[in-house]
Design a protein around this ligand. Sequence first.
Ligand SMILES: [Zn+2]
Length: 525
Amino acid sequence: MNPHPFVSFLQEFEPKLEKKTNQLNKALWILETTGSSDAAELKAELDVEWRLLHNDAETYRRLLEWDKDPSLKDPLLKRQLDVLIRAFKENQIPKELVEAMAEKEAALAETYANFRPQLRGKDLSENELRELLKNEEDPAVRKEAWEASKEIGTILAPQILALVELRNQGARHLGYLDYFEMQLELQEVDRETLLALLDDLGKRSNEAYRKTLDKVIEKLCDRFHVEKSDFGPWAWSDPFAQEDPLDTHLLDQLVEDVDIVGTCKKYYQNMGFDVGSILEKSDLYERPGKNQHAFCMHLDRRGDIRTLNNISPSIKWLETVLHELGHAVYETGFDKELPWLLCEPPHMIPTEAMALIAGRQAYRKEALPDLVGEGKEKLIALADESLKRRQLIFSRWVLTMTKFESELYRDPTQDLNALWWKLVEEHQMVPAPANREGKADWAAKYHISLAPVYYFSYLLGELFASSIQESVEKETKSKNLNSKAAGRLLQERLFAPGNRWSWSELIRFTSGAELTPDAWLREFA
Ligand SMILES: [Zn+2]
């Protein structure tokens, strides 16, 4: 019997895709570690070539035909077909539209990269602004800095709205209501289900958040010597009230004498994961020209896994190194018999869940003595309290972001700044300051324009992380992750399936139930 035509197609197509993907990843790694303009150019070219591999209309038509063919039964083949159909579908948007979007995105990226808020005649870098919001005690200076950080919103809003319009045109061309719905469906997420889940989470954590917020307001009003009625977004330690603003500097004392890389390596070793070769290939410390943030990359889906960090002696970097290595060990764990195309997580949600649950250990009272040494009980208790606040505060921020994006794409002509502050007040309970009419504070958030429809994955990852935490506790009878038994459980029930199933099927396999906020609420609210 002849093989199914889809099998023949895969035999020819997959090596081409693998080669192009590897080239693209390599260029991206060089770009992120050096900031080289040659690498940027090469990466942009390879991006186009990667897209072109997925835009042939005739191939797309054949893929859709095979999808209806009842003789194609093998589940791994069907899953590969499904992955390819979604990749091709996204690239069936007319070429002119794709080019126009890419041009707008590049221009926006450049403006964001070069924008420096001005404070009293001085340019502030992003790090300087963050340091100021952490350390400055004078509310007047803080207010000015906060307002300066929003200026870019007013400058960029018209360009972002033009991009939103193009994205919606592309989505409608493919038969979607709008871009938000398209992005979700291509990621196997249903809009109504997602929004209902977030509503449920919001309602059931409302009381806990309000209590946490009361404490935050009380402490910050004390610190800045202002009345509660004068409390505003300028009092937080970041421009969007998305992070826990209390005790941040105190907690850095936890890692003062700690070798962050060494302690993380040992932590994973205790779980049965050797991350030595990953760390050797990783780019760990600050350098000019290098990306300021952190990420993990699997360059070839055949074991070349690296992380990028900018480690400094702070609790944030202990958390981040644990987090990125969480992504890394996930990538080492796919079933050996999976085809190349399925050697990846089915979505950001499960790999974020692994990274987040690892990062949380930097704040958990059960895990910290192993990570930072004994005799720091007071600080460890503060860190454990901070973890709860961080979870509650971040969850409200994701509600604001996700609901705003859903509305932005549904009707971009509405008064978006009024909508933004209505959502901030409703979910984060941070009152809008006076004089924000006519501004575009929503447009100051980078992710709105350049990492759209993305934030929800972090929150769903947090929910899943809590349900994994419960599974680990149940099976290992310990709250700690750093045991061989916990490592085995993660390996077998989370990493091994790769992209064999959709993310929601994987979650059922890992935790035995649908994703709900229940475990997260039990842990933090
Ligand atoms: Zn991550």
